[in-house]
Design a protein around this ligand. Structure first.
Ligand SMILES: [Mn+2]
Length: 317
């Protein structure tokens, strides 16, 4: 037995943290191996879903435990997640920057373990520190504060990195959404089959192709220098992609909107004339930003035209 979500105001014991990490990594690996998830398929690092009955999407949390808790109570998560026809998708970047990264990670792992068919955990760039290192990864320091120096390095390498590796990189919801953490790859697929193949093999091919790096790190921009489709990112990793890149991916996958997180904003923002919709769900470390999440029903998804239609389904934390 592990400690429930309601009890986290007390200390988080190391044994509970380890048990939940192991359990959720096991669930993710089982789903990867079987290829099965309720209402869809797991195809390598891609999950393909039919339109769910109701969909909640949470963007970057970055250790803002209060924001996460508020949303879970607002959606009455016990009842909501007990129905496999409902989905809760996390866009990644659970950790770093905020004070309570370990508690946030514990919570999302616990949710995946308890509701494996309803919860989808995506990988953010902050969950890929061994493939694409960057300076502001403070999570190892947070767990050291909590559990002590001796135990933390083993925990990090033996439990946390393997959990990160099991997270998915993209989700396609039929006729509606292409979902990634950062952005879409600038190498354009020629047809739908090639698009799916590129996405499902993104993690396996990360040493030889840039797909994974770009999914995790890219940002949309309204104007791209040199009149091209993309340019190098000022982040130092990944690229900025233009409207034609978004348009091609949406056509190849036969969906309407790219949903992504990764950039601080006032809860949400729209790029590329409604083709790209950004969700941000953290305010603790970004006082100028707001935290919001998407909550939308199947009939509303069926009638969706573009990202502008999503504004009315955004809820502030
Ligand atoms: Mn990010």
């Amino acid at each position: 037995m592990v400690r429930g979500l309601e009890e986290l105001d007390e200390d988080l014991p190391l044994t509970d943290f380890c048990n939940v990490l192991d359990a959720s990594t096991g669930v993710l690996r089982n789903q990867n191996e079987s290829g099965q998830i309720s209402g869809g398929k797991v195809l390598g690092s891609l999950i393909k879903l039919e339109i769910p009955q109701r969909l909640v999407v949470i963007g970057d949390i970055h250790g803002d435990y209060d924001a996460l808790h508020t949303i879970l109570s607002k959606i009455s998560y016990e009842r909501y997640l007990s129905d496999d026809h409902n989905k809760l998708i996390f866009l990644g970047d659970y950790i770093d920057r905020g004070r309570r990264s370990p508690e946030v990670l514990y919570t999302v792992c616990l949710l995946k373990t308890r509701f494996p068919q309803s919860v989808i955990l995506m990988r953010g760039n902050h969950e890929a520190p061994d493939e694409f290192p960057f300076p502001s990864h403070d999570f190892p320091f947070r767990i050291m504060e909590l559990f002590g120096q001796g135990r933390s390095m083993a925990l990090y390498h033996q439990k946390i990195l393997p959990f990160f590796h099991a997270l998915c990189l993209s989700v396609v919801i039929e006729d509606c959404f292409f979902i990634v953490h950062g952005g879409v790859p600038t190498q354009l697929p020629h047809d739908g089959t090639e698009a799916m193949e590129t996405l499902s093999s993104a993690q396996a091919n990360h040493m030889t192709r840039q797909t994974m790096e770009e999914i995790l790190w890219n940002d949309p921009r309204e104007s791209i220098l040199d009149n091209g489709n993309f340019e190098r990112s000022r982040r130092g990793i990944g690229k900025h992609f233009g409207r034609s890149v978004s348009q091609t991916w949406l056509r190849r996958l036969d969906v309407k909107v790219i949903l992504r997180g990764h950039e601080p904003c006032e809860g949400y923002k729209i790029n590329h004339q409604g083709l790209v919709f950004t969700i941000f769900t953290c305010k603790e470390s970004y006082p100028k930003s707001k935290a919001a999440y998407l909550d939308i029903y199947s009939d509303q998804m069926i009638h969706l035209k573009n990202g502008y239609d999503l504004r009315q389904h955004m809820n502030y934390v």
